[in-house]
Write a protein of this length. Structure first.
Length: 55
């Protein structure tokens, strides 16, 4: 049986909290890079803060 603290730490590393710049709604999403994110409240798109910027 796995240690519950280790499982919780692993799940926390896989998720991140994002904040919408338009309405300040917070959402927990998987840590995967995407081109943009869509806010569930205001339905506006904003660039994903997790993706690395191109130079």
């Amino acid at each position: 049986m796995a240690n519950p603290f280790a499982v919780a730490a692993m799940l926390a590393r896989m998720q991140v909290t994002l904040t919408c710049p338009h309405c300040d709604q917070k959402k927990v999403v998987r840590r995967q890079p995407a081109a943009f994110r869509t806010c569930p409240r205001c339905k506006k798109q904003f660039p994903d803060p997790l993706t690395k910027k191109k130079k």
